[in-house]
Design a protein around this ligand. Structure first.
Ligand SMILES: NC(=O)c1ccc[n+]([C@@H]2O[C@H](COP(=O)([O-])OP(=O)(O)OC[C@H]3O[C@@H](n4cnc5c(N)ncnc54)[C@H](OP(=O)(O)O)[C@@H]3O)[C@@H](O)[C@H]2O)c1
Length: 301
């Protein structure tokens, strides 16, 4: 009899995300086990406990998921999990803390598609600003865009040191070329948007970051994507279902278009589903983060 499929979900936070548990069920895992408050130093032991009990056929029916709210910590856990494998006792692992890898990958892929369709250009060489760029989704968005050739600034709403530290951390870790800045006033936000080709709005839910006046200062904006689905939305005039509709308030950026949270969410949902399913179907064990997520998102959009 074929063994049941099992997903072990490791999380450094007090609770594993119900969103991710639902996704795991809908992706076909029959048994799901959640581990809360997992410390980095516990990952090696937990992984080795999971790989030896089911035999070579069983490891093919077993996956690991790493959650939490901190992308750097999740990437460290992924590295430790990978190094804990003892071939042929190896299982596939997906790191997607706070949905950061899949949401960011979906957002950048949606933006790239609109750049191509509406402006005939790719990501490379453009200037991008990530408002809310120091959160988990923002930093993943910034790294993906930077590795694709965008000159990216991450924006913290209050503190330049937070932005500079995050930029340094992810440049060293991922080979990105992020710059850090802050924008605590509308004037700061307008100064940043003036020379942006792309805006990624990945700020906290329920916060309008860019109003019509600020958008009026954009001089060369091509595509703006917002992932906040909770009113007020992040960019005035960009509705949740927008996917390439004109950015009406960007009056000085002819042809600028917007992408809303549910358009991104639709891709993110399909992407996370596909990556979870891939944990069981990959020919060899795979260790998935934002890099593979972006490759797959580009195929999906
Ligand atoms: N559409 C989708 O499929 C999807 C999927 C997942 C998540 N989301 C959404 O993605 C967004 C980002 O998620 P997250 O977990 O990364 O969020 P988060 O950690 O709550 O916040 C992200 C960023 O927003 C900043 N921020 C806080 N208050 C702000 C303000 N008043 N103005 C501008 N920025 C502000 C935070 O800065 P500080 O750290 O300094 O406070 C942080 O840099 C949320 O809106 C979430 O709901 C959407």
């Amino acid at each position: 009899m074929e063994k049941r499929t099992v997903l072990h979900m490791f999380d450094p936070m007090p609770h594993v995300s119900p969103f991710d548990i639902n996704m795991a069920v809908d992706s076909g895992f029959e048994s799901i086990f959640t581990y809360n408050n997992v410390a980095l130093e516990q990952v090696n032991g937990l992984v080795q406990d999971a790989i030896f009990s089911r035999g070579p056929a069983g490891v093919k029916r077993t996956g690991l998921f790493i959650g939490g709210r901190d992308l750097g910590l999740a990437l460290n856990m992924l590295d430790i999990a990978k190094n804990a494998m003892v071939p042929p006792f190896e299982v596939s692992v997906l790191a997607d803390p706070s949905g950061a890898c899949t949401t960011a990958a979906a957002l950048v892929a949606c933006v790239e598609k609109q750049l191509r369709i509406k402006h005939g250009v790719g990501l490379e060489g453009l200037c991008g600003v990530v408002y809310g760029g120091t959160g988990p989704v923002g930093i993943a968005t910034a790294v993906i865009a930077s590795l694709a050739g965008v000159d990216v600034k991450i924006v913290d709403p209050f503190n330049i040191n937070t932005a500079l530290e995050k930029a340094d951390e992810y440049n060293a870790r991922c080979g990105a070329k992020l710059k850090g800045t802050y924008a605590s006033s509308d004037a700061d936000k307008a100064r940043l948007i003036a020379h942006a080709d792309i805006v990624f709005c990945t700020a906290k839910a329920g916060v309008q970051v860019l109003n019509a006046d600020i958008l009026g200062d954009a001089k060369q904006l091509k595509v703006a994507g917002d992932i906040n689905a909770v009113p007020p939305l992040g960019i005035e005039g960009v509705k949740r279902m927008h996917n390439g509709e004109p950015l009406v308030h960007a009056v000085n950026s002819p042809g600028a278009v917007g992408i809303g949270s549910l358009a991104v969410g639709d891709v993110k949902y399909k992407l996370q589903h596909a990556l979870l399913a891939y944990l069981l179907t990959a020919a060899k064990p795979v260790f998935l983060d934002f890099r593979e997520a972006f490759e797959r998102a580009r195929e999906l959009v």
